[in-house]
Design a protein around this ligand. Structure first.
Ligand code: NAD
Length: 294
């Protein structure tokens, strides 16, 4: 049976490192600050935002919450972002997605200062990631990469298949794996014979949002499987249960290692958000110092 990849334990290590770094910054008189913006009443988003704020405080990052109902106008949101961009106490800005349909998501993400873009969704950071520069990269795929490195060590030469091509997970995941010298294939809803392609892979990362879609037929014996999916599935007794995009029961029999849901990628996403906030803080203070030299 497959080794369980423990996302909670790995996240704790990332967070302990973040806490050490934020303590060191405090001694220089710097307290990292994270602004979290939530528009609308989406229940899952409310849970995510609460968890992010709580985790930030736990590792010495000051968090600032901005909540609005879904009547908020795009112009008002852009005004808020301009204010946060200019505020030296704010080092990271996160706009929780999805936004209400009345607001243009792209315009909003572009309005965040790329140096404060801790989600890594600004085109400047996306471009930096594609070029292999040390940009702020999206938290979920960066967390997946850390789990893979912990499990496999050097990834060079491995064939990685990413299932899903969203801007949030699939595409940046492919770019990160390419930067680690993997051969990368991306499977999406128009792919032909996806099972056969996935079955060639040493590493499979699944981010499609379809409960338990990927079963043992998609997986080469011995492959390492990362399940990004978070789906609520109703059981026979009426209770709901969280399941991934991978059929854990069948895949765990043939994979060499697999992430559970929950307890796999989820905790890493939030840990990497804290990591990115620290990275953004250091970036901003380093450039302020180099400006002071002139
Ligand atoms: P998305 O809906 O934006 O993208 C889904 C992708 O899957 C699309 O690119 C689509 O082409 C592809 N797809 C759809 N049907 C397919 C099929 N039959 N075969 C192959 N590909 C198919 O979703 P997303 O934002 O990338 O999220 C994916 C999943 O990951 C969701 O369950 C989401 O809840 C979860 N998620 C988890 C975390 C975390 O922290 N663990 C973070 C983000 C997303």
């Amino acid at each position: 049976a497959a080794t369980l990849i423990d996302g909670r334990a790995c996240a704790e290590r990332v967070l302990a490192d973040v806490e050490r770094q934020s303590q060191a910054l405090r001694q220089e008189g710097i307290t990292p600050g994270l602004a979290v913006v939530l528009v609308g009443e989406d229940p899952a988003s409310q849970v995510y935002v609460r968890n992010k704020m709580r985790k930030a405080e736990a590792v010495g990052i000051r968090s600032f919450e901005y909540r609005f109902d879904d009547t908020l106008k795009q112009a008002e949101l852009l005004t808020l972002l301009a204010k946060l961009n200019a505020d030296p106490e704010i080092n990271g800005i996160l706009v929780q997605l999805p936004l209400p349909a009345t607001i243009d998501e792209h315009a909003v993400l572009q309005a965040i200062d790329p140096r404060k873009d801790v989600d890594g969704f600004h085109v400047e950071n996306v471009g930096g990631l594609i070029q292999g520069r040390d940009a702020l990269a999206p938290c979920t795929p960066t967390g997946c990469l850390q789990l893979l490195k912990q499990q496999c060590g050097d990834l060079a030469g491995k064939h990685a298949v990413v299932i899903g091509r969203s801007n949030i997970v699939g595409k940046p995941m492919a770019a990160l794996l390419l930067a680690e010298h993997c051969s990368v294939s991306v499977i999406h809803s128009r792919s032909v014979a996806p099972e056969a392609l996935a079955r060639q892979a040493d590493i499979v990362v699944v981010a499609v949002g379809r409960p338990e879609m990927v079963d043992a037929r998609w997986i080469k014996p011995g492959a390492v499987v990362i399940d990004v999916g978070i789906n609520r599935r109703q059981q026979h007794d009426g209770k709901t249960r969280l399941v991934g995009d991978v059929d854990f029961a069948s895949v765990a029999l043939i994979a060499s290692a697999i992430t559970p849901v929950p307890g796999g990628v989820g905790p890493m996403t939030i840990a990497l958000l804290m990591h990115n906030t620290l990275k953004a803080t250091r970036l901003q203070h380093a450039s302020a110092e180099s400006l002071a030299l002139f």
